[in-house]
Design a protein around this ligand. Structure first.
Ligand code: NAD
Ligand code: MG
Length: 389
């Protein structure tokens, strides 16, 4: 039996992880599960998984959680410090499924105390890639990506020599607006943007997929995870979302990872790594699928990719600036203060501002928190009134 903790257990990643852990209950003991504010879901999952300890990040919901779990032998704690304390508990596998910058510190702490860090929180690599990797090296922690593209690349690279890699081709679904003319994008609503054609995910990552900010984050994530030079990275739209990414080698061979658009595959792989176990997900039927298409990314419609290339070039704290600006822009889009296309304008502005004074140096957690706060303030200050950048 392996011990596992799940951070962000009430979210899209967390719920899929819970499904797998129930399916493989003979293989895992659940130590800790955490949630933000969905008390009912958190309590239900804790009981179903027979978790030893539960953390609710929203402190005001502690009593409510206690009521739901009063007849169970499950210990409870609440608040940000409790979350970070839970991340420091030693386990075999720590699955990081918290969304946003809120998950970065948790990953950095967990990397010191877990044997395997199963990382869904891509913000950890985008904001703190070199720091996270150095902690993993120091503590001999195995870092296994959960993001489907990175899981695909990681699987294609098993047993391969990184020096023979000529190119890494990240695939994108293209999101709900792949075929929408650019002039129609300025007025799209959050609801339209969140309607992902292939993947069922949380609200924020779904909208990030529509703007391709998700792919932009993933480009940086790939660079940080595999330490590959940016001229070897490519993005191609694969609208059926069957090929989850590809790796090209120096002999011209290309390995493509295929599977259904279901995170059960990537999460199950990370939980069972280095083994493969039977997983509860649909099997592909190629006769029904018929074809696989490939489409180039339109840089005018989706400028996020080019901004990410600039971020990679800048390095240092640029990833943290990019993430904070993107998170803040998304909040402003959700509250109706920014149009869909304006999100990339404000993010670009924040990156250009950072580039004026940027210098490459070792990044600490305090630097990350400072730049995250100042970037959010910069965006708020520069977006005044409705839809003005
Ligand atoms: P989600 O919004 O569905 O769930 C997020 C989880 O984090 C919830 O449990 C929520 O309660 C918790 N949370 C949110 N804010 C918190 C805070 N301040 N403190 C503590 N907990 C907090 O998100 P998701 O779609 O499951 O995505 C989670 C992470 O995985 C993201 O980084 C996302 O980019 C990445 N990811 C998700 C998918 C997917 O299919 N959903 C795929 C690849 C990568
Ligand atoms: Mg992904």
């Amino acid at each position: 039996m392996k011990s596992v903790s799940v951070f962000g257990a009430t979210g899209s990643i967390g719920c899929t992880a819970a499904k797998i852990l129930k399916h493989q209950s003979d293989k895992f003991n659940v130590e800790v599960i955490t949630g933000g504010s969905n008390v009912l879901q958190l309590a239900k999952t804790a009981i179903e998984l027979d978790a030893k300890h539960v953390v609710i990040a929203d402190e005001s919901l502690l009593n409510e959680l206690q009521k739901h779990l009063e007849n169970h032998k499950i210990t409870i704690s609440a608040g940000r410090n409790a979350l970070l304390e839970a991340a420091s508990r030693p386990v075999d596998i720590s699955l990081q499924g918290i969304v946003g910058f809120a998950g970065v510190e948790c990953s950095l702490i967990a990397a010191r105390s877990t044997k395997t860090l199963a990382l869904a929180n891509k913000e950890s690599l985008v904001c703190a890639g070199p720091l996270l990797r150095s902690i993993c090296t120091e503590h001999k922690t195995t870092l296994v990506p959960v993001d489907s593209e990175h899981s695909a690349i990681f699987q294609c690279l098993q047993g391969e020599d990184l020096r023979t890699v000529e190119r890494i081709i990240l695939t994108a679904s293209g999101g709900p607006f792949l075929n929408t003319p650019m002039h129609e994008l300025s007025d799209v609503t959050a609801e339209q943007a969140a309607a992902h054609p292939r993947w069922k995910m949380g609200l924020r990552i779904s909208i990030d997929s529509a703007s391709m900010f998700n792919k932009a984050m993933e480009l940086i994530e790939t660079k940080e995870l595999f330490d590959i030079s940016s001229d070897k990275l490519e993005v191609i739209v694969q609208p059926q979302s069957i090929i989850h990414s590809m790796v090209g080698f120096n002999d011209g061979a290309i390995m493509a990872h295929m599977g259904p658009a279901d995170m059960t595959g990537a999460i199950g792989y990370a939980l069972n790594y280095p083994n493969r176990e039977t997983l509860p997900l649909e099997r592909l039927d190629f006769s029904k699928l018929g074809r696989l298409d490939f489409v180039s990314v339109d840089p005018n419609k989706f400028p996020a990719i080019q901004i990410a290339e600039h971020v990679i070039e800048l390095s240092g704290l640029a990833g943290a600036v990019f993430n904070a600006a993107k998170e803040q822009a998304l909040d402003l889009f959700l509250s109706g203060h920014l149009g869909f296309l304006e999100m990339s304008l404000v993010v670009e502005r924040a990156i250009n501002e950072y580039a004026k004074n940027s210098h490459n140096r070792t990044v600490t957690l305090d630097d990350l928190i400072d730049i995250d706060n100042s970037t959010r303030r910069f965006i708020q200050k520069n977006v005044k009134g409705n839809c003005h950048v």
